[in-house]
Design a protein around this ligand. Sequence first.
Ligand SMILES: [Zn+2]
Length: 342
Amino acid sequence: MKRRVPVLVQTSALLLALTSGVTSAYTVQKGDTLYSLARREGVTVEALVQLNRLADTTLSVGQELVLPSEQKAQQIAGVKVLAPVMLKEGDIFTLRLTGERSAEARVRFLSEVNEDVRSPAEDLAPFGAAGEYVVLGRVVLGQRRPLTYEVRLGDERITGSVPVSSRGLKVQNLNLAPEIAARRQDPKRVEEEALVEKAYARRTPQAWSRPFLGVPGVRVVTSQFGQPRRYTKDEELKYHYGTDYAAPTGSPVQALNDGTVVVAGMYPARGGLVAIDHGAGVVSMYFHQSKLQVKVGDQVTRGQIIGQVGSTGISNGPHLHLEVRVRGEAVNPAALFNRMLP
Ligand SMILES: [Zn+2]
């Protein structure tokens, strides 16, 4: 099946990336396929399609492509720093550091100055091993200014900038029934919000050593991540911070990866909620469950069943709302499926 990707909308960002010298193009050789190039680059075919805004997966000899290995590389004190060529709002991404002194570097995302960003411009230590270290970055939904970063090592300092584009989604009107919408005014919401904020503020070491789970089974996405929407008519615009998967009540909900359960309980908005701290500032959350099978403090492993799908909280029908947060900001969960890192 051919994927159709909107080409025109994103052209300006690509042009900006190309003309600002962020990257150079690769010329397709005889025998190259998206699959072979993706393997060589250590990325998915989808990542190449997205990076190049391809409308067609067939390559032709002589065609120019942007490859991740030709991402903007900078050097600081013998450490190579690789940044993405372009980003979309809601993206999770890595800044990769290779070289002996990688672990000594410190990174800050200087464009995080907006009061809507949790933990802005936090001083980040790279994590990883064996000479490859990463820092996780996030682009806040609704944020389209270029993302800028700073890397410091010893007395040296470098900075870089990456263009950010929109996810290009149309506004969805949920028209929630008044009795469901009213759950947002429940006095217990204060406790609910305080608990999730506490989960977002945790900083623990990376707890996973295997790729994140892909969402298991055939599940229909009923509302995409990053969807701009209104709960009721005439209401201010909000973003959908997770992805909704329709599934019958009672379907098993699995942990995306190893971690510690930091929230488990019934809450007015999120319903039956489990939040798992995976370390490195990454928290996954599972909303609207009918039954929970873990408790706060439990160590869970990748794929472990943590509860059952339901329609509790602010929900229109049985589904799993899956959310991933990086230092408290919502990012596209699909970017982690079947991958160790984004
Ligand atoms: Zn949802």
